[in-house]
Design a protein. Structure first.
Length: 140
């Protein structure tokens, strides 16, 4: 059985509009997400500084709890935004390798500076929390 050439034009150049629209949407979505995250982190920083100053003045346990919660939220946001976790499988022995890649160096540096600035407040919050825990142990 012999197959004939039908004469199909294989040099057609068909451009898909769907891919361009998807990439535009994806790009604008990523930009909006970055802006939202940046605003969220700036808000956390202001709140950390505000509660830290109040904690130094009042040394109140409720301020300690608020301070710790805000720092925890800030660090979670930073980890979600700054670092990406990659898991790779070794070809030869099937082992998993996990690497952490810093995506945003500037934000990482800013976080380190904030933690350095707030070190005394964090230490104070930790001591107040420890004292309250000891008092609770004595009471029980």
């Amino acid at each position: 059985m012999k197959v004939r050439n039908v004469g199909l034009n294989t040099g057609l150049n068909i451009e898909s509009k769907g891919n361009k629209n998807r990439s535009d949407f994806s790009e604008s979505f990523n930009q909006a997400n970055k802006a939202k995250t940046k605003e969220e982190l700036e808000s956390y920083m202001k709140e950390i500084k505000s509660i830290g100053e109040r904690l130094v003045a009042t040394q109140n346990y409720t301020d300690v709890i608020k301070y710790k919660q805000v720092i925890k939220g800030y660090l979670k946001s930073v980890v979600d935004y700054v670092y990406s976790l990659n898991q790779n499988t070794s070809f030869w022995d099937g082992n998993y390798f996990t690497t952490v890649k810093t995506v945003n160096e500037k934000l990482d540096e800013m976080t380190r500076e904030l933690m350095y600035e707030q070190k005394e407040n964090i230490d104070m919050a930790s001591k107040i929390d420890e004292i309250n825990g000891l008092l609770l142990d004595i009471y029980m």
